[in-house]
Design a protein around this ligand. Structure first.
Ligand code: TGC
Ligand code: FAD
Length: 394
């Protein structure tokens, strides 16, 4: 296997590092070093083979990327939301699939157990999830209910000391390797509840989703429930309704808003370096106006995005960020990262389509990221509804 040198340097055009604390800078340095030494050298090969690098589960736990905002007493990092955002930025700079592994574990599995779970559930699951001993997944989407999760068909029926779970979830990140799944299902009154389903429960299977051209180094699968007996003590007691899963999505979408900027920065940095070295018509292609336009626009969008997510992080820390503000940042970062990846790919000409560079992998990954956690259109409509008060979904 060829050794890949990672020479990434992050752009900071407006000296935004001055807005970060010592702790933020330490977190960034630690995660950046991890990505340079443990992710960049291997990730292209795993993506080409469409394999999930299972060793990252323990590694991400060891460096504190699972549940960084969860209190220390439950194994979390006790850090603020800007630290969390920076971690996601650095991981996604390496690969969106690596960030997915961490954001599902932290925001979609540990967060609901911490926010909605009983003390017993927190003690049983959170330390093992924080350390990477266990991997978790989050089951909301169904074959016929993606953007409209409120229509879900997965259901539970009361059976004394347990419930019987039936239904199916699809497109579930981490599913094939997860020990636990936070699953959203309707009870007999048609109200949505959350359950912790464990691998090994009879009737619970997790078939792998094959043939993806995107997030190839992340494992995706289904969750199939065929009369699964789930003890009532596994129901999350402190939330009912769609606001349960949507509350988790707010945390994960925030992480993606930072994360996709990381992918954009990697594409920009790669295109800048390549264009300074690649000579055509007797001079580096970076000297041509059309290439400079692309670089200038990339850096402008990255800088605007950095300001947006930093401010959102401050609002998150103050408990003031609204779901609609989070939607705007998720949509904006995904949109600009997708465009930057595409422009950067073109700047590398034919080399841009090869695995010698990270750009095409980022570009394909971002097609999933702009779709999951709410599509671009859904986030536009959330903003539209927030502005007008009028619901254009239904
Ligand atoms: P609606 O009536 O608007 O809302 C139902 C209840 O939820 C509340 N709410 C939220 N609460 C917290 N955070 C949010 N972001 C919230 N958004 C809404 C709302 O206030 C209401 O509460 P209450 O008390 O009145 O009941 O629901 P709706 O059925 O009209 O749907 C609205 C819509 C379309 C915006 C929503 O369902 C949506 O966001 N759809 C997109 C679905 C989605 O994002 N799925 C993601 C699946 S998970 C995933 O993709 C993981 S990928 C992970 C990875 O690999 O990184
Ligand atoms: P649909 O909802 O069918 O949407 C299709 C198109 O219609 C989209 O363009 C959408 O914007 C548009 N549309 C839908 N409704 C409207 C409307 N009202 N107005 C205008 N346009 C509309 N889910 C999980 O629960 N857990 C996971 O871990 C998870 N991981 C994922 C990993 C990957 C790689 C992928 C690709 C998806 C993952 N998802 C996960 C699912 C993801 O959240 C859904 O794919 C996403 O929410 C969109 O749902 P859908 O694919 O069913 O598309």
């Amino acid at each position: 296997m060829a050794v890949r040198m990672d020479l990434f340097e992050s752009p900071d055009y407006y000296q935004l590092d001055e807005l970060l604390s010592e702790e933020h800078l330490m977190v960034r340095s630690a995660v950046r070093d991890y990505v340079k030494t443990a992710i960049s050298p291997i990730i292209e090969d795993y993506a080409q083979k469409a394999e999930f690098p299972q060793q990252i589960i323990k590694q991400l736990g060891d460096i504190g990327c699972f549940g960084p905002t969860v209190p220390v007493e439950y194994g979390g990092g006790g850090l603020d939301y800007i630290s969390y955002g920076i971690m996601m930025q650095e991981l996604e700079r390496g690969d969106s699939g690596v960030r997915s592994t961490a954001s599902v574990q932290g925001s979609l599995v540990m967060y609901p157990i911490h926010a909605y779970g009983s003390e017993e559930q927190k003690k049983k699951y959170l330390p093992k999830l924080a350390s990477g001993e266990w991997l978790g997944c989050f089951g909301l989407t169904e074959p016929n209910h993606g953007s409209d999760p409120g229509g879900m068909l997965t259901n539970i029926k009361d059976a004394g000391d347990h419930v019987i779970l039936n239904g199916a979830k699809m497109w579930i990140s981490n599913a094939p390797f997860a020990q636990v799944a936070v699953v959203w299902a309707k009870n007999e009154e048609g109200k949505i509840v959350g359950l912790i389903v464990e691998r090994g429960m009879e009737g619970f299977t997790t078939p792998t989703t094959h043939n993806k051209w995107s997030l190839r180094a992340s494992a995706t699968g289904e969750l199939v429930f065929d009369n699964v007996k789930v003890p009532k003590e596994n129901i999350l007691p402190n939330v009912i309704g769609l606001k349960g899963p949507l509350g988790c999505l707010s945390k994960a979408r925030y992480g993606i808003a930072w994360g996709t900027l990381g992918a954009a920065m990697d594409c920009y940095d790669t295109a800048l370096k390549y264009s300074m070295e690649r000579v055509q018509f007797g001079k580096p292609i970076a000297g041509f106006q059309l290439q400079q336009k692309k670089l200038a626009e990339m850096l402008t969008e990255i800088t605007k995005g950095q300001l947006l997510v930093w401010r959102l992080g401050v609002l998150m820390n103050q408990g003031k960020a609204t779901p609609a503000q989070i939607s705007m940042a998720k949509r904006n970062s995904c949109e600009i990262a997708t465009q930057i990846a595409r422009d950067a790919r073109q700047m590398l000409g034919g080399m841009g389509i090869t695995g010698e560079y990270s750009i095409m992998r980022h570009m394909m990954n971002l097609e999933s990221v702009i779709t999951y956690e709410g599509t671009h259109d859904i986030h536009l409509l959330i903003t539209g509804m927030d502005i007008t008060g009028l619901n254009a979904f239904k």
